[in-house]
Design a protein around this ligand. Sequence first.
Ligand SMILES: [Zn+2]
Length: 156
Amino acid sequence: MSMAKQRRPGVPEASSEEARQRMERTRQRDTAPEVRLRALLFALGLRYRVDTRPLPGLRRKADVLFRRARVAVYIDGCFWHGCPLHATWPKQNAAFWLDKIETNRRRDADTDRRLAEAGWLVIRVWEHEDPAEAAGRIAAAVRARTEPARPEGRPT
Ligand SMILES: [Zn+2]
C-alpha cells in the first residue's frame, strides 16, 4: 500500500490556499537564499556541486556539496525545518503542519548522523542567515579540510 496515496485525517483540502502555496514553495529548486549563497561561495574561489547526494545509498541530496573536503551544506527553510526564530505555526491544520515539520527535523538529524558516520561535515544554513556570513563559515570549513597536512615534527 502506498503511504503517499493514503488520505490522513487533518490533511488540508485544496481549498486551503495557504497550504497549497506552502507546498508549492517547498518544491522549488534554486531558492533565492541558495542562489545568493552559491554566488558568494563561487566568488570566494570555491568550486562545488549542486543538489547532489553525498553518499550513493542515501537519498538526501545536499544543496551544495564539496566532495574532496567532504562537506555537505543544507540550506533549511525557516518554516519547513522549524527555525527557532521564525517558527510561525499555522492556526489552521496545526497538527498537520506540526507533524510535517517534526518529520523534517527528525530526517535532518538522521541525515547529519549518517553523514558524520561516513566522515562528512554537515553545515546547515537557515534561509534567514546572512549569506555572506554563512559563505565565510563554509569556506573556512572547506579550506580547513582540504589544506595539506603539515609535516610531522615541525613546529607550527
Ligand atoms: Zn529563520
